[in-house]
Design a protein around this ligand. Structure first.
Ligand SMILES: *Cc1c(COP(=O)(O)O)cnc(C)c1O
Length: 363
């Protein structure tokens, strides 16, 4: 029993939930199924010996920020780094939202956008996607003009629905809000376009990226923001000093030496994704197209039951069936060829039974 109450505005909130159960085939958190190159692991092992363990790390993470800046053709002053892009988003919300300010999201989208905004004390306003989960520029203009949010979130490609936002939608957000437009590009390397070219000193656009997905580095917790220099300076006010340890800074730099391998892994995942989509389209499911490394699908009336039936066969996917606007939806991360085979086999064997039970329950 709690003997001291938390903040009133946290009462309705619960923590982030994504079950980590022990299974043979783990396809629930959109990591890369491919380990980083062995040379990378060796470079990180060598870096362990270089770390001055008794000293604080480089507080400004200058070398890492320079390497990231070079990758995107910007200056190190345009780059903010933190422990995962979630911490990047938290810093952005601490700097620009908070009590008395509004944050806009377009649902369904990445749950942590609204969650972190609420923890930062902001009021969250949700615009809505169409029934097919596309987003209309007109809806973006309507919500931004009506609420004048200090931060507007776009997620491109959008997790968990899969498609990249159209350039029209990005333009609508930029033109109709007085505040910051944050484009979460956790899956950008899979996507046809990026908002990076919209980042300018005289614009309010910022793009977040992560090492967790395409860089095969989810274990390290590293993400960054590309933004105008004034925004980076604002974020440094709210962020904790020395937040990135020396080893992580070294690992982040080492990873960037293997761009070709990362791009090859992305191509392999895209090939597997297309194979999965084609196979799933033949089954009695609704399957949404994807520009990312995951696929959203819906077994009518049987989302939760199918999730459990897959788990019973040691295949873990993400259960989105209780999320707003995603009744009966599940999300599968694209895995290796073997993992995808196992998923498809489990899906094919479970689907007739769960759909049959759903029909009987309805009658
Ligand atoms: C996975 C994911 C992230 C990554 O968060 P990290 O903290 O960098 O691991 C960010 N945004 C979206 C939309 C994601 O799906």
């Amino acid at each position: 029993m709690a003997i001291y109450p938390k903040r009133d505005d946290l009462r309705e909130l619960s923590g982030y939930h994504s079950p980590q159960v022990s299974v043979k085939v783990r396809l629930n958190t959109n990591e890369s199924p491919i380990a980083p190159p062995t040379d990378f692991v060796e470079a990180v092992s060598a870096a362990v010996h270089e770390v001055q363990w008794n000293r604080y790390p480089d507080r400004t993470a200058t070398a890492l920020r320079q390497d990231i800046a070079a990758l995107h053709g910007v200056s190190a002053d345009n780059v903010f780094v933190a422990n995962g892009s979630n911490e990047v988003l938290q810093s952005l919300l601490l700097a620009y939202s908070g009590a008395g300010r509004k944050v806009v999201t377009f649902e369904p989208t990445y749950q942590l956008h609204s969650h972190i905004a609420r923890i930062a004390g902001a009021t969250v306003v949700s615009g809505q996607r169409n029934a097919d989960f596309t987003l209309d520029a007109a809806e973006v203009r309507r919500v931004c003009a009506e609420h004048e949010p200090s931060v507007t979130f776009l997620c491109s490609p959008n997790n968990p629905t899969g498609l990249a936002e159209s350039p029209d939608v990005l333009r609508a957000a930029i033109e109709s809000t007085p505040g910051i437009v944050l484009v979460d590009e956790a899956y950008a390397q899979f996507s046809p376009h990026s908002a990076l070219e919209l980042v300018r000193e005289d614009a309010r656009v910022a793009v977040s990226r992560t090492y967790s997905k395409t860089w095969s580095m989810a274990a390290a917790r590293l993400g960054y923001l590309v933004a105008p220099t004034w925004m980076i300076a604002d974020l440094e006010i709210v962020a904790l000093p020395y937040r990135l340890d020396a080893l992580k800074q070294a690992a982040g730099r080492a990873a960037l030496r293997y761009v070709k391998q990362m791009e090859a892994a992305v191509r392999e995942v895209v090939t597997q994704r297309e194979r999965l989509v084609a196979a799933m389209a033949k089954l009695p499911l609704t399957v949404w197209p994807s520009d990312a490394n995951f696929i959203l699908f819906r077994p009518a009336g049987a989302g939760r039951a199918l999730w459990q039936a897959l788990l019973d066969q040691s295949v873990l996917v993400r259960d989105c069936s209780s999320w707003q606007g995603l009744t009966d939806c599940l999300r599968v991360t694209v895995g290796t060829a073997e993992e995808n085979d196992a998923f498809l086999a489990a899906l094919q064997s479970a689907l007739p039974f769960v759909l049959q039970s759903a029909l009987q329950a309805r009658d």
